[in-house]
Design a protein around this ligand. Structure first.
Ligand code: HEM
Length: 411
């Protein structure tokens, strides 16, 4: 492929040669291989192409990632400065828009506007979560298991991990269970970067818009009501955008994480027996997965606020940067021996860092701990029904998801 024409300073012009795509067949099956090749070829920051041949810098080095995430004045989250978009080089139907486009939510802003919206979302999350995340997680975990417990077999991705977080989060938001189940597919399409991403994103917003109208006349003990009533005075668009942000971020990350935790436990009998006997805590397994398979492998995105240097490259004002959280966690500069245990070390990038660091991490972690505990108690003799090498994953630009986790139990 010849690199498309690009403006002065963007990664394509900078290198001119054939650039690596973070989408397509190779990225779908071997994203880790791509990150390591880019690290060898370019160092800690590499020029790449996203869907639609849109150029970006992929930050692969841990220290560079921290520099970007911890310095919003230099690397803003505000996509209104994204030069390729303002110059009309990003198709308005691009699947990148739901992931990178500006909207009136806290993740799209910095400084005082970010503080105002983040305070509203963290207060609302705290209030809604205080009313029973653990209780709802236990209830829905048991309900999911009831559907397959009599069969002696299950696919823990499809029958458990894909739906459980959404059911709990729908409850948190104030959505009926059936609507939550329907939205699992829409979230997958948005993160998968499919051509239908925009249609599914619009569907999510429509359902959440209807929820907000309902909650105005019938307030409840839920996130939608807490946001509507917050003293920061969010308007309707802001409330819907935050419900969307929580729904998509919380569901996709937590379901991916749950599947990876179960994969690790079921492919290593010592971890499984450790959890059953109480010698090992679920949180220790979660931490390991956060280092080695962070649910959001590539974080969208930051934009250079001025011309600057990063990882030995000249980055120009308005350039897009995407953060390789999975690659950064495996950076040989901070983990020269990737086999050494990371137990007790929470400095991974999986929750990001700086002002946007995930405010829902405790909710996600509690949900996973309960999901694993309930599963192990309900299904004695739980074991993998295939060889570990048969387990496969499919990746999009942003995440790599386990395709299936077939198990047997009982007898
Ligand atoms: C447990 C798995 C989770 C992971 C790995 C995760 C990861 C992340 C990451 C990497 C960000 C940073 C975005 C950025 O820097 O641009 C983020 C932000 C956010 N997450 Fe999470 N998340 C998880 C669970 C949750 C849950 C359960 C909730 C809510 C119930 C949540 C709500 C949010 C919100 C509202 C933001 C935006 C914060 C801001 O911009 O200030 N997350 N998450």
């Amino acid at each position: 492929m010849n690199a498309p024409e690009a403006p002065r300073g963007c990664p394509v012009a900078h290198h001119g040669a054939e650039l690596t795509r973070l989408y397509g067949p190779e990225a779908a099956t071997d994203p880790a291989g791509i990150y390591e090749r880019l690290r060898k070829e370019h160092g800690t920051v590499a020029p790449v192409l996203l869907e639609g041949e849109v150029p970006a810098w992929l930050v692969i080095g841990y220290r560079d990632a921290r520099r970007v995430l911890d310095n919003p004045r230099q690397f803003t989250r505000d996509a209104r400065v994204w030069r390729d978009r303002t110059d009309g080089r990003v198709d308005e139907n691009s699947p990148l828009i739901p992931m990178l486009g500006w909207r009136p939510d806290c993740v799209s802003q910095d400084g005082e506007p970010h503080r105002r919206l983040r305070a509203a979302v963290t207060d609302a999350l705290q209030a809604a979560a205080g009313r029973g995340i653990r209780r709802h997680a236990t209830h829905y975990a048991n309900k999911q298991i009831d559907a397959f417990a009599h069969t002696g077999r299950a696919d823990l991705v499809h029958d458990y991990a894909e739906y459980l977080p959404m059911l709990v989060i729908s409850r948190l938001l104030g959505l009926p269970e059936a609507e939550g189940r329907d939205l699992v597919e829409s979230c997958a399409q948005v993160l998968g970067g499919s051509e239908n991403a925009l249609v599914h994103d619009a569907r999510i917003q429509e359902i959440l818009g209807e929820l907000v109208v309902r909650k105005r006349s019938e307030p409840g003990s839920d996130l939608a009501t807490a946001l509507l009533e917050h003293r920061a005075g969010l308007d309707e668009d802001e409330v819907v955008s935050h419900l969307r942000l929580v729904l998509i971020t919380a569901h996709t990350t937590t379901s991916n994480l749950l599947a990876r935790v179960l994969q690790l436990v079921l492919t290593d009998t010592s971890r499984l027996s450790g959890l059953i006997s109480g010698r090992l805590n679920v949180s220790e397994v979660v931490e390991e997965v956060m280092w080695d398979s962070p649910p959001l492998a590539v974080l969208p995105g930051r934009f250079a606020a001025s011309d600057l240097e990063l990882g030995g490259h000249r980055v120009q004002e308005g350039d897009l940067l995407v953060l390789g959280l999975a690659a950064g966690n495996r950076d040989p500069e901070i983990r020269p021996d990737a086999g050494v245990s990371v137990q007790g070390n929470q400095a991974h990038l999986a929750f990001s860092s700086g002002p946007h660091e995930c405010p829902g991490q405790n909710i996600g972690q509690s949900l996973i701990e309960i999901a694993v505990d309930v599963l192990l108690h309900r299904l004695p003799g739980l074991r993998l029904a295939v060889e570990p090498e048969e387990l496969s994953s499919t990746a999009s630009t942003w995440e790599s998801r386990l395709d299936a986790l077939p198990v047997e139990f009982g007898g």
